[in-house]
Ligand binder design. Structure first.
Ligand code: NAD
Length: 400
């Protein structure tokens, strides 16, 4: 099969169109300003999902890596999902295995370590493998999951390099299984509203954007400042949300980027392998610009804002697991916060059950890693870097 970035422009447009056609089922029916909507009622599932709901059949998810995100967010979310459930775990720590087995009622036969992982191929209880490991390990485990013949969700950022991403996509294509990235905010009503307002030019064309996301890193997860395991510093980990937010609000991929590293407060210690922070700009074909910031050295506002011809739209706080608030020049968006990860995983299950494309495919993960690499190149060289070779995948809203 042809790799996505070798496709002709026409095929790319078709790919984007196909992606956007797949969106309807996963999107909230309407933003319903100010109305208390159940997140579940808002989702419109395909027919196979309704059958699965009626039959009480849920797809089984195995979490690989039982760290902070699995423990604090994904496992609890899998108690709320309707189309999938926590069925298995993969961990190198026996004490975690015992605790999770007890807490989530997981049978011994669904518990693996990193050596026995490949035997998951023979386990019919597991439909989806969710890779929640340090970034530098994503490629190996996605490729192994593909060989095991399972559908896969891989956490963000997809991998340290675009080459890794291409290998992962190829492995999943060969396996003929669905593949998505853990981009939870594409399923979040405030972010979906930013897509709708921005892409439909509801407030007029976007002139400029600002996105900030960063925090003071306390070394609680040391792999995050290990270049090999993390791929990079806060740009990979936190800046990716700014990148994504800007792209889906504008509904376009930037044509070029410029960047500058922030001063490094600890170049021989904490930040000897990765950057402490980055300020970067993304330039769009129509002249619009996005100014973005990320950091591991200071707590930044979590913010996504666009100035438009008629006013502005803004989320602040923008990127957390909850507590997102939005407004335009006309007033508050008045939208509900929802269990983001539960929606994200149920949407993926719906894509599997109804054979639909996911709105957050591996190709989008590749696009973002290509852009992150372009930003690093711009920071290193001090030059404007063209992004013309970046794969043209967009999450186009179909909400009017
Ligand atoms: P963490 O350090 O808390 O968890 C990592 C897990 O990997 C641990 O269970 C650890 O034991 C295991 N592991 C296996 N081999 C390891 C090794 N060689 N070095 C270090 N750990 C190893 O990290 P986390 O915050 O849970 O992040 C895990 C993944 O989830 C990352 O890809 C991260 O970017 C992603 N994440 C995503 C979100 C989101 O909102 N989508 C939020 C947080 C983290």
């Amino acid at each position: 099969m042809k790799s996505f970035d070798r496709l002709s422009a026409a095929s790319r447009r078709e790919f984007i169109r196909t992606l956007s056609l797949g969106l309807g089922a996963g999107l909230a029916a309407h933003s319903a300003l100010g109305q208390p909507l159940s997140w579940l009622e808002e989702l419109s599932y395909g027919p196979a999902s309704h059958e699965a709901l009626q039959a009480g059949r849920q797809l089984g998810v195995a979490l690989v890596g039982l760290g902070k995100y699995s423990n604090g967010q994904l496992a609890p979310a899998l108690q709320q999902t309707k189309l999938c459930k926590l069925a298995g775990i993969v961990t190198g720590t026996p004490s975690k295995a015992s605790q999770w087995k007890r807490q989530y009622n997981i049978p011994d036969k669904n518990v693996y370590d990193y050596q026995t992982f490949d035997r998951i191929a023979d386990n019919p209880d597991i439909d989806i493998i969710y890779v929640v490991l340090p970034v530098g390990m994503h490629a190996e485990y996605v490729e192994r999951a593909a060989r095991a013949g399972k559908h896969v969700i891989c956490e963000k950022p997809m991998a340290p390099t675009a080459e890794d991403c291409r290998r992962m996509i190829a492995a999943m294509q060969k396996a003929g299984k669905k593949f998505s990235i853990g981009y939870r905010l594409h399923f979040e009503p405030h972010h979906q509203e930013m897509m709708r307002l921005g892409q439909n030019l509801e407030l007029g064309p976007i002139k400029s954007l600002v996105a900030d996301n960063g925090f003071r890193f306390n070394n609680d997860t040391p792999w995050r400042v290990d270049k090999e395991l993390a791929g990079g510093g806060p740009l990979m980990d936190m800046g990716i949300y700014c990148l994504q937010g800007v792209i889906y609000t504008k509904g376009e991929i930037p044509v070029s980027v410029t960047a500058k590293l922030a001063p490094n407060p600890d170049p021989k210690g904490l930040f000897k392998e990765v950057e402490a922070g980055v300020n970067w700009q993304m330039q769009f074909a129509d002249g619009a610009v996005a100014n973005c910031r990320t950091s591991y050295a200071e707590n930044l506002n979590s913010r996504l804002r666009a100035e438009t011809a008629k006013g502005f739209m803004e989320l602040q706080p923008a990127f957390g697991y909850g507590g997102i608030q939005g407004r335009t020049h006309k007033g508050p968006l008045g939208l509900q916060n929802v269990p983001q990860q539960a929606r994200q995983m149920d949407d993926f299950a719906d894509c599997i059950l109804n054979d639909k494309p996911t709105r957050v495919p591996g190709e989008m993960g590749l696009r973002d890693v290509q852009l992150l690499q372009a930003i690093y190149r711009a920071a290193e060289t001090g030059q404007k870097v063209s992004t013309k070779d970046v794969v043209a995948v967009l999450d186009k809203t179909n909400k009017r």
